[in-house]
Design a binder for this molecule. Structure first.
Ligand code: ACM
Length: 713
């Protein structure tokens, strides 16, 4: 990546608060922009192209309805941002236009893996030129242009820039599971808008599972009629979504997961199963025994007709057949299936599943589709144009590429791990120093973030996806060298706010849910607790499909700002040895608010029993606040704490680290650092401040190692 700062004083970012976080980043960034994903090459120059009501847009060379609709959407977004009304139609005379968009060809009629998404953008003081080979390339460039729009006392403008850009990986996706919890059309649409803004190009739509079958089938209507609780997409709605995605240069890859994860199919068609019915929609999550019977010809006739119908509804070249977590229990307990395996020489469940996949592959080929499946489908008998999606471990990704298959990475991008954006950001599909040959590396097509549906509702799904998905988007689009975590977080904050333009509710949901939980306009102390809480990774909470997702944990967001804010403050404080003054007051104020939570929280809990489950978390948050304040007072006084204090506080932290009511406290690690620093204060007298800080860090690391502690989420 080439980033050249020609004019170092130009500051484009608008910082929302003068917090410790901002202070930590501004010293290293004099020239800031909010481009995300970072372009392959970008150069800025002094000067600006003003945006006012005389701003006009012209399209030269190739044009079509898709391009014109996209230009119109861009203009409206720019209008909404700036409040300036532009000319309602395109400029006739391109030589006088402010923005000239020039692309050569339509590109693929249906967005495709092979699409050319490259573009260049040059902004001079006279005009902006966006050039692309294809319409999709132009769409990507328009998103960059919108991210460049900046404002200051003189008004809105584009900075002078020269950008040449293209993606590192051609497959950059998001899986949305609509089976465990249904997501209405508008939820999918607003997320497609967000994806397009971050240059993502695949919606992997997980449409069926044990808990729901979500597409209308005219061939086998009992699938959606009996398997969906009435929550499914009509075929017209599917077409509407596919077109909406297409117009944004996004492919839609449907997944109908087989042979396992199929209980919802069996409600209407029990004869497909390997054990007799009747079946009901599964409300519990996890792996269930229901699996299609791979030994009956009727199963393949059914799949042929069904997939034939779906193949016309979903125009993408690829079709996802799932293939994950088929436990083989129903196969094992069915004597007919066991006899079939023996007659065919299929030695185990994996061999039987490979046989099933072979049959399925023939059906897909008949309907002109290429197959993609989860990494369990990997088998020497599969042809090499099958794509394998690695979800169990990154190691499967490289093994797949080494065996000659195309592969995409999801294992590192499970959004329901509720991990910090930085974890996803730093997970490279082809890490530096990888032992893949260039040919093998070229088989890694990219990756997909996964938003599994167990614990999401239409109200809070956005908060589980955004803004962290933008970090994945950058990993998959930008050059490998884009790896500055602090700068990623800085840009992410701006991206997050701009995503609200599409109606995405990741920022607005928490306040609304907290208000309802507290039953008051101002959730007060509940917000203080919310700030330091992180939802736990999927699978720790005990939920089913019918659990109301309106608990405190559902209002919390993964990777809360407080985690990095506390880190920055504690780091600032310890770096200021031996004075230890920097951020001391700010930290003390925050810690006191935590310490003092129990009383006001108990008043809220008395009104809202739904919050009673948070009592243990409130107690731990208060303990953390108290311990942090004590540590601060020892540090301020440069007095060692009494014997046993450090050990007692670390034992308390161990308790405080455990999830409660589906939440963990995001600031535990920072408090640990404070406690250990206080415990080591006498070392400060005998070493330089730098040595002391290193010593404290070593002690903290050792404490974490002793506890087998994974970095706090
Ligand atoms: C999966 O998470 N079972 C693909």
């Amino acid at each position: 990546m080439k980033v050249t700062w020609v004019f170092a004083a130009l500051v484009l970012s608008c910082s929302v608060s003068a917090s410790a976080l901002d202070a930590a980043t501004t010293h290293q960034q004099t020239m800031q922009h909010n481009l995300m994903p970072l372009p392959a090459s970008v150069t800025f120059q002094e000067g600006r192209l003003k945006i006012d009501s005389s701003f006009t847009i012209a399209v030269t060379s190739y044009s079509d309805a898709r391009l014109q609709a996209a230009v119109d959407r861009m203009a409206r977004r720019m209008e909404r941002r700036t409040g300036i009304e532009f000319a309602p139609s395109l400029a006739k005379d391109s030589s006088k236009a402010t923005l000239v968009i020039q692309c050569q060809v339509a590109g693929k009629e249906v967005p495709a893996l092979e699409e050319d998404e490259s573009y260049s953008l040059e902004v001079t003081a006279q005009r902006a030129d966006l050039k692309a080979e294809t319409v999709v390339g132009a769409l990507r460039g328009m998103e960059t242009l919108l991210q460049l729009v900046a404002g200051d006392r003189e008004g809105y403008y584009l900075p002078l820039a020269k950008i040449a850009d293209n993606p590192r990986f051609p497959w950059r996706g998001l899986l949305i599971d609509v089976s465990r919890h249904f997501q209405p059309v508008e939820v999918i649409k607003r997320n497609l808008d967000g994806m397009a803004a971050l240059k993502l190009n695949v919606l992997h739509w997980h449409l069926s599972d044990d808990q729901g079958f979500r597409v209308e089938s005219l061939t086998y209507p009992k699938l959606h009629e009996m398997g969906s609780d009435g929550h499914y997409y009509t075929q017209n709605q599917v077409r509407e979504i596919v077109l909406y995605a297409q117009s944004r240069g996004i492919r839609v890859v449907p997944e109908f997961d087989v042979p396992g994860h199929t209980t919802s199919w069996f409600v209407g068609y029990p004869e497909l199963a390997s054990a007799p019915g009747p079946y009901q929609i599964q409300r519990r999550f996890g792996v269930h025994d229901g699996a299609m019977d791979p030994t009956r010809e009727e199963t393949y006739k059914f799949l042929d007709k069904f997939l034939g119908e779906m193949a016309t509804l979903f125009p993408d070249a690829y079709f996802h057949i799932g293939g994950d977590e088929s436990n083989g229990k129903q196969w094992k307990s069915n004597p007919k299936i066991q006899a079939f395996m023996e007659s065919k020489g299929l030695k185990d469940k994996d061999a039987l599943q490979a046989y099933f996949n072979q049959r399925l592959l023939k059906i897909l080929e008949k309907h002109h589709k290429k197959m993609i499946g989860w990494d369990e489908v990997l088998h020497p008998d599969l042809p090499k144009d099958v794509i394998v999606q690695s979800w169990r471990d990154v190691k499967y990704l490289h093994a797949t590429a080494k065996q000659g298959y195309n592969a995409i990475l999801s294992a590192s991008y499970y959004l329901d791990d509720m991990a910090p954006a930085s974890d996803y950001y730093l997970a490279d599909p082809i890490p530096p120093g990888s032992d893949l040959t260039p040919e093998q590396a070229a088989r890694i097509l990219g990756g997909e973030a996964c938003m599994w549906g167990e614990e999401i509702t239409p109200e809070m799904i956005d908060s589980r996806i955004w803004p962290r998905l933008a970090a994945v988007a950058e990993r998959l689009w930008s050059p490998q060298t884009a790896a500055d975590v602090q700068d990623m977080y800085r840009r992410l904050a701006t991206v997050s706010v701009r995503l609200e333009d599409f109606g995405l509710m990741h920022n607005s949901m928490p306040e609304s849910l907290l208000r309802r939980l507290a039953g008051t306009q101002d959730p007060g102390p509940l917000r203080t607790l919310w700030e330091v809480s992180n939802p736990v990774t999927l699978g720790i909470r005990e939920t089913t499909q019918t659990t109301p997702m309106t608990h405190m944990v559902d209002a919390t967001v993964p990777d809360p700002v407080s985690r990095r804010e506390y880190q920055a403050m504690v780091d600032g404080l310890l770096s200021d040895a031996p004075q230890l003054r920097t951020y001391r007051e700010e930290l003390a104020e925050k810690l006191a608010a935590l310490r003092d939570l129990p009383l006001p929280m108990s008043a809220i809990i008395d009104r809202s029993p739904i919050l009673r489950e948070t009592e243990p978390l409130v107690r731990e948050a208060s303990n953390l606040g108290e311990a942090g304040l004590e540590a601060l007072s020892y540090l301020s006084a440069k007095l060692p704490p009494p014997a046993g204090w450090e050990q007692a506080e670390l034992a308390m932290l161990k308790e405080a680290s455990k999830p409660k009511a589906g939440m963990s406290l995001a600031v535990v690690d920072s408090i640990r650092l404070l406690i250990i620093a206080a415990g080591q204060i006498d070392q400060l007298q005998i070493s330089t401040p730098e040595e002391w800080k290193n010593h404290v860090r070593e002690m903290t690391d050792e404490d974490m190692r002793k506890r087998g502690h994974k970095d706090q989420q």
